[in-house]
Design a protein around this ligand. Structure first.
Ligand code: GLU
Length: 512
């Protein structure tokens, strides 16, 4: 193993990064930082068929947003640049040639038709030691023949030569020792002359070696590739520096079994991508955590717990705390069920812990949408009064619109219940009382208004609830005098008068 902890996140830019990929990257980051190591982004774009424009930017933007910076990446560069595999073509050629020269790999000319034919002829056909001598490759042809074909431009692939019946041990930090017999493996294609590009397996192993990767931490779906990768390390003679493996448990759909998919998200109404994604071909959009109002620390905390737990009751972890607490011993082997309610729970917590001024900045676009132009100071104060009631910044409008715009309609049922014959008089008196208050703090208003109600022998509930209807429009919201202190004396009195003048209906109702 390489002595310094160096891990890589190695996505293929084939579309928006799945939230499971973000979890993989996060675990890589946590592990690297715990050991003061390096966190590297390598773009595995050797499959030109599946390449999607914009996907790499999307990946970079995701980690910028989450605050998980890479030490080396295509954008940042680094000692092992380039970090895009498509820019490393020449490097791979050299290593393919090394395997060929050492007899660890061979050239195969089988056409797709020939392969199909074989598959029809032999049940469960696998290109391996048991079949390769029946095929059209450099093991069954004379060397001159191979050279002539190549010289004439015939297309070929390079295949790994897996020797049969050898036990391959994969030491997985989460799963322990996994032993696979080489006979179950096939002679995977490592390189295609058609596009002069290596396949995932070769590029992945060569780059992990060259980039001095110490730990390969990736999703469980890559576990079947691990024995082949171990084999490749041996074929290259790189056993000494072979990275350690850790295959993370799958993210499972919220109900039932099976991998969490975009369809589950659409069906149950939650994002499965970190950021909003617009498909460059179809223009179809998929929602993202960021645009849905999730805060980066909430997403990090939530993802950390999908496949790992600290072994204590503690659920709230800052990124720093996660860096210290993370361990493979506490990662589960079985799939982690995606619990979307928990994501909301985390967001609610982090909203509560985000400074009001910061939330005010995030809320500004929502206010603008509603044509509201409020100062950041005022907005921050409002948010301070209502943030405990929301899980998302967008929900603030629902909880706090009345701070910014006076109600125009009133909850009919509540009005019916509270509006008595004397209500207009009482409300006018209330307006008078409020007008006389110099120190309009919440506490001072409360003392004076309550004293007035008591002295007059009025019904506390009726007065306060009607007061609330005048200010809020319905029977909700934070402490009454906190609201009025914030919107101010003038606005408070204005709203009371509007109610008195605009609800003749209500007084008629009570007279009946
Ligand atoms: N390019 C692979 C992917 O898209 C990398 C898997 C690995 O980490 O080795 O997930």
């Amino acid at each position: 193993m390489n002595p310094k902890v160096r891990v890589r996140f190695a996505p293929s830019p084939t579309g928006p990064l799945h939230i499971g990929g973000v979890r993989t990257a996060l675990y890589n980051y946590l592990y690297a930082k715990q050991y003061g190591g390096d966190f590297i982004l390598r773009i595995e774009d050797t499959d030109s068929q599946r390449f999607v424009a914009g996907a790499e930017n999307y990946i970079q933007e995701t980690f910028d947003w989450l605050g998980l910076p890479f030490d080396e990446s295509p954008k940042k560069g680094g000692i092992h640049a380039p970090y895009r595999q498509s820019e490393r073509k020449e490097i791979y050629k050299k290593y393919v040639q090394q395997l060929l020269d050492d007899g660890k790999a061979y050239i195969a000319f089988d056409t797709p038709e020939e392969l199909t034919e074989k598959r029809e002829e032999i049940a469960n056909f696998q290109y391996d030691a048991s079949t390769r001598l029946q095929m059209h490759n450099s093991l069954t042809m004379f060397a001159e023949e191979v050279e002539t074909l190549k010289a004439n431009g015939a297309q070929y692939v390079v295949r790994i030569k897996i020797e049969p019946d050898i036990d391959i041990t994969v030491n997985d930090l989460i799963r322990g020792e996994v032993i696979i017999n080489s006979s179950v493996l096939d002679d995977k294609v490592l390189y295609k002359s058609a596009d002069e590009l290596p396949t995932y397996h070769l590029a992945n192993v060569v780059d992990d070696h060259l980039m001095e990767i110490s730990h390969v931490i990736r999703g469980e779906e890559w576990l079947p590739s691990a024995p082949l990768h171990v084999w490749l390390y041996k074929s290259f003679g790189w056993e000494e520096t072979m990275p350690k493996f850790a295959h993370l448990p799958l993210l499972l759909k919220p109900e039932g079994n099976g991998k969490l998919s975009k369809r589950d998200g659409d069906r149950l109404g939650f994002p499965v991508f970190p950021l909003l994604w617009k498909d460059p071909k179809t223009d179809e959009t998929s929602s993202g955590y960021r645009e849905s109002g999730y805060l980066a620390p909430a997403v990090i905390n939530f993802l950390a717990f999908l496949g790992w737990n600290p072994g204590t009751e503690q659920e709230i972890f800052s990124l720093d705390e996660l860096v210290h607490a993370f361990s493979f011993e506490r990662c589960s082997k079985s799939g982690a069920k995606f619990d979307f309610e928990k994501a909301k729970w985390y967001n609610h917590f982090y909203i509560g812990n985000t400074p009001n001024e910061e939330l005010a900045q995030m809320f500004a676009p929502v206010l603008a949408e509603h044509g509201v132009n409020a100062s950041p100071e005022f907005t921050a104060k409002v948010i301070g009064l209502v943030k405990e009631r929301v899980s998302f910044v967008q929900e603030l409008w629902n909880q706090a619109s009345f701070f910014f715009v006076a109600p125009t309609i009133y909850d009919e049922k509540a009005l019916k219940k509270r509006w008595k014959e004397n209500t207009p008089t009482e409300m006018s008196e209330l307006a008078e009382v409020l007008l006389g208050i110099d120190n309009f703090s919440s506490e001072n208003q409360e003392v004076i208004v309550k004293k007035w109600i008591e002295e007059k022998g009025y019904h506390l509930g009726n007065i306060m609830n009607t007061f609330r209807l005048a200010i809020v429009g319905e029977g909700k919201g934070p402490h009454m005098f906190d609201i009025t202190a914030l919107i101010g004396k003038e606005e408070t009195i204005k709203r009371i008068n509007v109610l008195i003048n605009n609800v003749p209906m209500a007084s008629t109702m009570s007279i009946n």
